[in-house]
Design a binder for this molecule. Structure first.
Ligand code: SF4
Length: 412
């Protein structure tokens, strides 16, 4: 059943890109390109519109055009083994093509005035930004955040907070505006509200039956990714939340006949989102929670203490933590969402977001007493994904869960 708010979502996303396109053509506003969990709120407080190359890359993935562009970047020295967001996005740029043309009639991606990144997620975002910095001859401002940092959290947050302060003069220079801490607080307050609303939307999936699935969430997370900090995103999530709450109160199921519930760990397979959604619907086993969609919840944002709290929030993202912390996080979600099985997506070109590689999947299964399945694939490079093999494996996995449930019933 289609989510009614989807129509509003389409309008909102169109507005976002049309506004960027206008700014790019008329120069009426400055544009910052930013990694997905980079210092966007700071840029917005100085009047920048923010464009996210990762969001563009996900569009390349979901339209399956990524496959045309990855080889172009490979031919320019970017390995097929590195982030396929990066390679597809750079490849599309080199070919002067974008899915924005077909979707919105926009000729080219908006031109940046400055590039921002944060290595809290991976090193690739820095290399990606530096490529465009060379191409467009604009400043590249990076926040360098180390990973697996629990023990060093206090020092890391302090350093990141200082790094955020340090880029302000450069941002002022590019924007032509004076930094205003109250404006920064206001953006952060809106971003925080967005985060709270998105969290509530995701939490409706803890109900049985779930009113939405991971595959819906991948679409509806758009405003939390590209418009957090803006009132429009918050208005949108109020509408979506009301619709999901209504579904819950009326017992409307995203997947009618829900039998088992899954956790998705890792990146989506953008080019196969629909197929995967249909597969799990057919098996009546919705994927109800994921690390990925939860990654845009930032409880630490505090407008009263904007730099330190932003540093804390962006240092606390799942991807930057050690395995102990990640296992604790997943265990908590497994319990809260009443999960029957965990799916680990081993994304070939994203080691940072593939958590099965150092034994975590086994450890969690043993600790929690629930099975897991590793799906080999990729976010954008479909050469790394065998649909036939995956369908067979998922079907067998569901059968295994069914059998163990039958066995439990027989025993009791
Ligand atoms: S986290 Fe993974 S998918 Fe995201 S930019 Fe880094 S390498 Fe690419």
């Amino acid at each position: 059943m289609e989510i009614k708010a989807s129509q509003q979502l389409k309008i909102l996303m169109k507005q976002h890109f049309m506004e960027l396109d206008e700014a790019s053509r008329t120069k009426n506003k400055k544009i910052a390109w930013c990694s997905s969990v980079g210092p966007a709120e700071l840029a917005m407080s100085l009047g920048f519109l923010v464009y996210y190359p990762e969001n563009h890359a996900a569009m390349l993935g979901s339209t399956r055009t990524a496959m045309d562009y990855i080889p172009v970047a490979n031919a320019n020295g970017y390995s097929p083994e590195i982030c396929s967001y990066l390679t597809s996005d750079i490849g599309a740029y080199l070919r002067h093509e974008t899915p924005l043309t077909k979707a919105y009639g926009i000729k080219e991606v908006p031109r940046p005035d400055v590039l921002l990144y944060n290595t809290n997620q991976c090193r690739d975002v820095g290399d990606w930004a530096r490529f465009y910095g060379r191409e467009f001859n604009v400043p590249v401002l990076g926040i360098n955040t180390p990973h697996t940092q629990n023990e060093a959290r206090e020092h890391v947050v302090k350093s990141v907070s200082q790094q955020l302060r340090d880029i302000v003069p450069d941002l002022e220079k590019v924007s032509g505006r004076r930094f205003d801490i109250d404006e920064f607080r206001a953006v952060l307050a809106r971003s925080r509200e967005c985060s709270v609303l998105w969290d509530k939307v995701l939490d409706t999936a803890s109900n049985k039956p779930t009113p939405l699935t991971f595959f819906d969430e991948c679409i509806h997370m758009g405003p939390a990714v590209v418009m957090r900090g803006r009132q429009e995103a918050n208005d949108y999530y109020k509408v979506l939340l009301a619709e999901m709450q209504e579904r819950v109160s009326q017992g409307v199921a995203a997947v009618p006949g829900e039998r088992f519930r899954f956790y998705w760990e890792g990146m989506p397979i953008w080019g196969k989102l629909r197929n995967m959604s249909e597969l799990f619907a057919r098996l009546k086993t919705p994927v109800v929670v994921s690390t990925y969609c939860n990654s845009w919840i930032f409880p630490a944002f505090n407008p009263a203490n904007p730099f330190d709290s932003m540093a804390e929030a962006y240092c606390s993202i799942f991807i930057g933590q050690d395995d102990n912390w990640k296992e604790y996080y997943i265990a908590e979600k497994v319990q809260h969402f009443a999960i029957d099985g965990i799916l680990f997506h081993d994304a070939r070109t994203c080691a940072s977001n593939s958590n099965n590689r150092y034994g975590m999947s086994q450890r969690l299964s043993e600790k929690l007493g629930i099975p897991h399945l590793v799906i080999n694939g990729d976010l954008n490079d479909l050469r790394c994904f065998s649909e036939e093999q995956t369908v067979t494996n998922v079907e067998a996995f569901v059968e295994q869960i069914e059998e163990s449930h039958r066995e439990n019933i027989r025993r009791h």
